[in-house]
Design a binder for this molecule. Structure first.
Ligand SMILES: [Zn+2]
Length: 449
């Protein structure tokens, strides 16, 4: 019965809903499910051809790019390889803000408004077309099916972005019920009500769990502490996204739910960039998104080197995201994945550039650099490191047993060792550290520019 219902939703209800919204999702997904098996060379050739069409179109019809291409004498029809992209300017959040209208295609179809949560400052407002929405939904749907789960299978979503919450009207609730998707609010989660989250999971018995790694790890740790099993519910996969996924979180979630954890990488602004397959490959949605990794000098980095993820979304002609800088850092993986898909791979997505702290000698320290120090200090259940200025860093820490002088000093020394001797470290003991306004959790935050 359950499988039949999934088929009903996946084959009839969801496609119908998408058609009513004028999304071309079903066709896009079928096409993606074919192209994923092409060879890397075929995929690259297809990408280059589509990129050229995209650039010719926006060079003619998008005022911002018509002007930008003319200024530098760029002729889209002469594009020879992906490397030619480097001639073009990158797009940043402030540029989108300043040129909101000039970025619209002259013959754009209906455009919806969208925005990012704004974890690093003011939220970004931008426009999205139906074509783009269809492709992003289709890419997510394809990745879901890699794991033998489908739209319509029972799902628990641990999420709380403000945009999602505002959308909690009756239509949305009805749709969620139809799709057998249950939202558990990640933002309302605290030590006192975690039993409720564990209980809901046991009642719902979802095929998949989706959400922030931090929140799902918190639920996992709680279930483990209470001795409540979650590995007998039939959960096939836990999808996590939106934050850096720490190894210890992956291990804990996997152990408690008795299944693999699949990392997804993307954003409302950048699109559905990459997703992990059961063989562990983080596959780029290369049919729709061109990924460049840029060094601090703005030039592409060599393979194996970390660079800022910069995306060109080929389904954004109506409101182009061309060489859009995400602020995230990743490394290209040149291996071929064992699953046989020809889609290229990313690895080591190190989170946003402001998830790094800068030592006084200029070293960029990813949040992982602090994990060990915090984990080897017994009794710490949560922490957050905030770099206020180059010479002042605050550590917020939760340690139910309190914080004695020796432990406090050990933490200060450890942080100074990494950040620089001259840095002042302030340690603050808290009962709980709330997630940010958008429900996401970050272990390190830098306020340096
Ligand atoms: Zn794979």
């Amino acid at each position: 019965m359950s499988r039949l219902y999934t088929q009903l939703v996946s084959k009839i209800i969801f496609p119908l809903q998408e058609r009513l919204k004028k999304h071309d999702t079903v066709r896009a997904r079928r096409s993606l499910e074919r192209s994923q098996w092409l060879s890397p060379e075929q995929i690259a050739a297809q990408q280059l051809a589509e990129l050229k069409t995209f650039l010719i179109d926006i060079g003619l019809h998008v005022p911002y790019y018509r002007e930008a291409f003319a200024r530098i004498g760029f002729k889209p029809e002469s594009l020879q390889s992906l490397a030619d992209l480097a001639q073009l300017p990158t797009l940043t959040k402030p540029l989108i803000r300043d040129h909101a209208e000039a970025l619209k295609h002259e013959h754009a179809g209906p455009l919806g408004r969208s925005s990012t949560g704004g974890s690093s400052g003011t939220p970004l407002q931008f426009f999205i077309s139906l074509e783009r929405v269809s492709h992003d939904v289709a890419a997510k749907w394809r990745a879901t099916r890699w794991w033998d789960v489908d739209i319509g299978d029972r799902e628990v979503v641990v999420w709380a972005s403000p945009i999602e919450l505002h959308a909690q009207d009756r239509v949305r609730l009805f749709r969620d019920a139809l799709m057998r998707s249950t939202l558990l609010n990640a933002f309302a989660m605290n030590e006192k009500n975690l039993d409720h989250y564990v209980q809901r999971l046991r009642e719902i018995r979802p095929a998949m769990v989706f959400g922030y790694p931090y929140s799902i790890a918190l639920i996992s740790a709680h279930a483990k502490k209470r001795g409540v099993r979650l590995d007998d519910l039939g959960v096939k996969v836990v999808f996590v996204t939106s934050e850096y996924l720490h190894d210890h979180q992956r291990e804990l979630i996997s152990e408690v739910f008795g299944c693999k954890v699949a990392n997804g990488y993307g954003g409302r602004d950048a699109g559905f960039i990459a997703h992990e397959c059961p063989e562990g490959g983080m596959h780029i949605t290369a049919e729709d998104i061109v990924v460049e990794l840029l060094g601090e000098d703005g030039q592409p980095v060599a393979d194996g080197q970390p660079g800022e993820v910069t995306v060109t979304h080929l389904r954004t002609r109506d409101y182009p995201f061309l060489r859009y800088r995400t602020g995230d850092v990743a490394v290209r993986d040149t291996r071929r994945c064992a699953c046989g898909r020809g889609l290229p791979l990313l690895r080591e997505i190190q989170g946003r550039t402001n998830d790094f702290l800068r030592a006084t000698d200029g070293t960029m320290l990813p949040c992982g650099a602090f994990t060990y120090l915090m984990r080897e200090t017994e009794g710490i259940t949560n922490y957050k490191i905030i770099q206020e200025t180059q010479l002042l860093t605050r550590l917020e820490v939760v340690r139910p047993g309190g914080l004695d002088q020796a432990t406090r000093q050990k933490l200060i020394d450890g942080l100074k060792f990494r950040l620089g001797r001259e840095v002042e470290i302030q340690v603050e003991l808290l009962d709980e550290i709330p997630a940010q306004g958008n429900g996401k959790y970050r272990y390190v935050v830098s306020k340096l520019q």
